[in-house]
Design a protein around this ligand. Structure first.
Ligand code: NAP
Length: 450
């Protein structure tokens, strides 16, 4: 379709060198073809042209002083993409790979994900090319304070509400909240993922991983199957991976892998969750230490990965949960997964499968839950945290978990019913993209040209 092609070509000219962003846009626009072809109004109102351009992009210098007294400088970003449905909402990522293109891909995905939750939140994303690895607590605090010294003027509980992502957990949110409070004098719900001691929501920490497993459960149930006894591959060893593994055990499945950037652990009888939490949440060390506690497990260093993919996906299993980072599952990985008899993929990470890998899953007609649907439990529970903060209430673990389950079921039904409406019932990529798009696009039309 030339409209879509022309949009991408224009983007490449006006926003050069943002490969991940083009990838995310192309994936969404490709699946919007059926709705764009039959609805002239979206073209008439230039919805696509407006949607691919962020409402506002904030880029700033983040200077800070390291423990040796040296001045360091990083680049900070907050991309406020779309506020048709509510205040901008989306995480902050601190990772050396962060650049404008990565934040724009994440922010663009966030628009549709947030719409799918059915909650009143717009889409945004931010972060910095700061590497928290190996930094002292004092360095992390000084960096977070400097980051907020600029960002505080752009955010607010009804304006833009950041949360965590890679490299940003409760500790970083705490330092950023403290500085925001000091600068503004306001104690409000400006950030989510806060500590349970001072305004955080129960289940927020667990929400993305739990939600991703609930999503897999609903995909399997629709085919008369369950998670019980299924061997599962999980990548990553951070927040999303850990709570994916926890929920898999609770629902009777057997997670046999986890990974970080140093390599993959394969534990045939099942990953020991206590060891994993100790290594990653308490000691914050590399995953190769896992085998010291469990010599029967195998550690595959990243240097031994196949040239065309990731060792974690080469292990036979029935389900796969990519929970580390973007483009961590290649076309070759996807083919091996299918050849090994995998029946379902539920993405905890954002855009972990390359576009070619997604094609392999869709062609094989296995259950495939794209990230923007399957990992929406995190942002949905962040919105529940905002609701609790605004009403000065605190809900129980069971109450929030129950709401999370209902939201994940609604997302699954919304994506699968929309996919069926457009004649491709198995295609949840198409279903999720069209369902999210329709909601945001119609809101934009009703709000006029802004
Ligand atoms: P995290 O706690 O920082 O953990 C990230 C994990 O992925 C770590 O084990 C990390 O290993 C690994 N990883 C990161 N980059 C990697 C790379 N290039 N190669 C191999 N491994 C890599 O972050 P998280 O919150 O779990 O986020 C994981 C994914 O979920 C991201 O795609 C994020 O956008 C998505 N997500 C998160 C949430 C949320 O609520 N946190 C919500 C929705 C989606 P190292 O420590 O060795 O780098």
């Amino acid at each position: 379709m030339t409209y879509i092609h022309d949009t991408i070509v224009k983007l490449q000219k006006t926003s050069p060198a943002q490969a991940e962003f083009y990838q995310a846009v192309e994936e969404v626009l490709d699946s919007l073809q059926p709705i764009l072809e039959t609805n002239e109004k979206y073209k008439k109102h230039a919805i696509i042209e407006r949607m691919v351009e962020p409402e506002r992009q904030i880029m700033f210098r983040v200077p800070w002083v390291d423990d040796q007294g040296n001045v360091q400088v990083n680049k900070g970003y907050r991309i406020e993409f779309n506020s048709a449905l509510g205040p901008y909402k989306g995480g902050l990522r601190f990772h050396p790979s962060v650049n404008a293109g990565i934040i724009k891909f994440l922010g663009f995905e966030q628009i549709f994900k947030n719409a799918l939750t059915g909650l009143p939140i717009g889409g945004g994303k931010g972060g910095a090319n700061f590497d928290p690895k190996g930094k002292s607590d004092g360095e992390i605090m000084r960096f977070c304070q400097s980051f907020i010294n600029e960002l505080y003027r752009h955010i607010g509980p009804t304006k833009d509400v950041p949360a965590g992502d890679i490299g940003v957990g409760a500790r970083e949110i705490g330092y950023m909240f403290g500085q925001y409070k000091r600068l503004t004098g306001n104690y409000d719900g400006v950030l989510t993922g806060k500590s349970l001691l001072w305004g955080g929501s129960l289940v927020r920490k667990e929400a993305t991983g739990y939600g991703c497993v609930y999503f897999a459960q609903y995909m399997l149930e629709a085919k008369g199957d369950t998670l019980a006894g299924k061997r599962c591959l999980v990548s990553g060893a951070g927040n999303v991976a850990i709570y994916t593994i926890e929920k898999l055990y609770q629902l009777g499945a057997i997670p046999v892998t986890c990974s970080d950037s140093s390599g993959t652990v394969y534990h045939e009888t099942g990953i020991n969750l206590d060891t994993l939490k100790e290594l990653k949440e308490v000691r914050k060390v590399r995953l190769n230490e896992y085998v010291a506690a469990h010599p029967e497990a195998k550690f595959i260093p990243a240097t031994d990965y196949p040239a065309d993919g990731n060792a974690v996906w080469r292990i036979p299993a029935q389900l796969a949960f990519p929970c580390a980072t973007q483009n961590e599952l290649s076309e070759a990985d996807a083919k091996v997964l299918i050849a090994n008899g995998v029946i379902g993929i539920s993405e905890g990470a954002n855009m972990p499968s390359t576009q070619e890998a997604v094609e392999v899953f869709l062609d094989a007609k296995i259950s495939y839950g794209p990230g923007k649907a399957a990992n929406a439990g995190g942002v949905a529970t962040s919105q529940l945290e905002m609701a609790q903060n605004a009403s000065m209430q605190r809900w129980s673990f069971e109450e929030v978990d129950e709401k999370l389950k209902v939201i994940m079921k609604d997302i699954f039904l919304n994506a699968s019913e929309t996919a069926a409406e457009f004649g491709e019932p198995h295609n949840l990529v198409l279903g999720a993209n069209i369902a999210g798009f329709r909601k945001v696009a119609d809101a934009m039309i009703e709000q006029g040209v802004v």
